[in-house]
Design a protein around this ligand. Structure first.
Ligand SMILES: [Zn+2]
Length: 259
């Protein structure tokens, strides 16, 4: 992680780009799990079907200007739309702040954004769309040739991520499924590996299992409910973001404990 101190204009541009990606994320989060096209039709108010004009579709600002209500019928526009747009801004700023204004910062920002979308979709629908994970893996593998990572580690990470989760899911099934993992998780970890390499896969699985188990215990009031479905992808996505931003420091701390 390289902290960068570039002119404010650079951050403003990154924030703007992040807001646009966040706005597109709202489309992805709504339409992908419902198997709807992400290009057509144009966005419309779900209450009155009034199409959203271009000037009502400006990330963050439009929601605030409209005070979260449709201009046609005054039906409320979910706060989540604003929050996801702000989430896009946060992903872009954290990415470039941590990895600089170059391909490395771009890769980090895109990974954070993909993880945000996947976390929200899996939480709500218990689905991880292959469209996102495959596109993500292509970006992760292709980006490794541009952003200073080792391409061999990216390809190995993708293989270890997808293959590892397949093995783990068979293992869990043997111990009567505390945390079930499906094809979506396999593809998600392939994508994570393409960005974070084989060690990142290990850290993400460890962190995701820890967070998922803690959540299952809390939600089940102290006992893990067998067969209860858990949006495991959400926990994996959160863990992958932590590994991206703090991986080396956490590994050093953990190894220090063991020594
Ligand atoms: Zn309306």
């Amino acid at each position: 992680m390289v902290l960068t101190h570039e002119p404010a204009l650079f951050y403003a541009l990154a924030a703007l780009l992040g807001a646009c990606f966040g706005s597109f994320s709202n489309v992805l989060i709504h339409r992908l799990p419902r198997n709807l096209s992400i290009v057509r039709p144009r966005s419309a108010c779900p209450a009155c079907a009034r199409p959203v004009e271009w000037h009502e579709n400006i990330p963050v600002l439009s929601w605030l200007a409209l005070r979260g209500r449709c201009r046609g019928c005054a039906a409320p526009i979910a706060l989540r739309y604003l929050l996801v747009e702000l989430g896009g801004v946060a992903c872009a700023l954290v990415g470039v702040w941590s990895f600089g204004f170059g391909f490395a910062g771009l890769s980090a920002s895109l990974l954070l954004l993909l993880l945000l979308d996947i976390a929200l979709i899996d939480w709500e629908h218990m689905i991880i769309p292959h469209t996102l994970t495959i596109a993500g893996a292509v970006i992760g593998l292709g980006g490794s040739f541009l952003d200073g990572r080792d391409p061999a580690s990216a390809f190995l990470g993708a293989a270890v991520g997808a293959g590892g989760v397949l093995a783990v899911s068979w293992g869990y099934r043997l111990v009567r499924g505390v945390v079930g993992m499906g094809g979506g998780d396999v593809m998600l970890m392939g994508m994570v590996g393409s960005f974070l390499g084989p060690w990142g896969v290990l850290g993400t699985l460890f962190g995701g299992a820890l967070a998922g188990t803690a959540y299952a215990l809390l939600a089940g009031r102290g006992r893990v409910v067998g067969g209860a479905k858990l949006p495991f992808g959400t926990f994996l996505a959160a863990a992958a973001a932590v590994v991206l931003l703090f991986g080396p420091r956490l590994a050093a701390w953990y190894l220090g404990l063991a020594a």
